[in-house]
Design a binder for this molecule. Structure first.
Ligand code: PHE
Length: 338
């Protein structure tokens, strides 16, 4: 092929658009382009001419590349100039975030207890054995420790636990203040459980504690009834079933009348008319004494509930995993006004 001919067609090739530019590139510079072919033909050139011919091909390639690059830049400039700004065009909507359903429920619960004098207390998620277990009347090796499968972590020499409940925060409050105490402790807690629709390795609790002189079980029941009515409506009722927790004696589990069928029986309450919502009891005197509160003078009650559980009842969310998957389609449903 004639070098001069190719040079002439490089120089006369008209480039007016991006597709012309691409055709130019394929015809001359591509892997199967004419200039590549020239390098192939160099083999058959007599040795003494190889150097000079090689140089000519290099020059030709340089000319083609320069033309390609300069058109590339000028085409981009032309395109840029043709993009006029349309000031009348409506702007893009910015996405409005929403509160997480667990935050909404936590806020609602906290507000209810605020109204009857409870203040919020918070504490660390990584706890020592004393605050998570021993002070709460779980003696070492006591089988009750297995009620809550615990994640343990090393912190220097010390073995620490990811708190299994926010009762640990209440121990800290009792150690650091004097009765009367009225506090609620919201927070994230951890248990070593396989993740499924009904269980997760972390969830959220709100636990409450009331300590004063002459606090009775009747005070506990009335407080929880008030809470249930505020949260689920005036028609809500509660019932208490005997239970066991190491840190309370006596202990109870609390059911609220089914929020859907109001006790008639439906598949949400499994035709019992009742939904379990929390655990509670009178603070065991051993716990008061361990935290420096004289159990011969003071008594108190405590209760604890799972925020996910309450949210499940309020919003009918049946799979716990949805709360931590950050799926925008799920979260969007809680946008105000949606
Ligand atoms: N700490 C208990 C739990 O996590 C709940 C509870 C709190 C029960 C206070 C009774 C009194 O299971």
């Amino acid at each position: 092929m004639d070098l001069k001919e190719i040079l002439a067609s490089v120089q006369t090739f008209e480039i007016n658009s991006a597709s012309d530019l691409e055709s130019f590139r394929i015809q001359f510079l591509g892997a199967k382009g004419q200039i590549k072919d020239l390098y192939g033909e160099l083999k058959s050139v007599p040795n003494e001419e190889k150097r000079a011919v090689g140089q000519q091909i290099n020059e030709l390639r340089q000319i083609a590349e320069d033309k390609f690059e300069s058109f590339k830049i000028s085409l981009a400039q032309v395109q840029h100039q043709s993009e006029k700004i349309d000031v009348s065009r409506p702007g893009a909507d910015s996405m409005i975030g929403s509160h997480h359903p667990l935050s909404l429920v936590r806020k609602e619960i906290i507000e209810i207890f605020n109204r009857i004098g409870y203040v919020v207390s918070e504490g660390p998620e990584i706890e020592d054995d004393w605050h998570n277990f021993s002070a709460l009347n779980f003696p070492p090796e006591h089988p009750a420790r297995d009620m809550q499968d615990t994640f343990f972590v090393e912190k220097g020499e010390q073995e620490m636990a990811l708190r299994t409940h926010t009762s640990s925060v209440q121990v800290r409050v009792m150690e650091n203040s004097k009765p009367p105490i009225r506090t609620i402790s919201p927070g994230r807690v951890f248990r070593n459980e396989a993740i499924s629709a009904r269980a997760h390795c972390f969830f959220h609790q709100i636990e409450g504690l009331y300590i004063d002189k002459n606090v009775s079980f009747a005070d506990l029941k009335q407080t929880l009834l008030f809470f249930a009515k505020e949260l689920f409506g005036e028609k809500a009722t509660i019932r208490l079933r005997p239970s066991y927790f190491p840190f309370t004696e006596p202990s109870a589990e609390v059911d609220v009348s089914c929020t859907l069928c109001h006790g008639k029986g439906c598949n949400v309450c499994k035709y019992s008319g009742w939904l379990e919502i929390l655990g509670c009891g009178m603070v065991d005197p051993n716990v008061l004494d361990a935290c420096g509160i004289d159990s011969t003078v003071y008594s108190g009650f405590a209760f604890g509930m799972g925020v996910e559980r309450i949210a499940q009842l309020k919003y009918r969310v049946t799979d716990l995993r949805l709360y931590s998957e950050n799926d925008i389609r799920f979260l969007k449903q809680f946008t105000p006004g949606n």
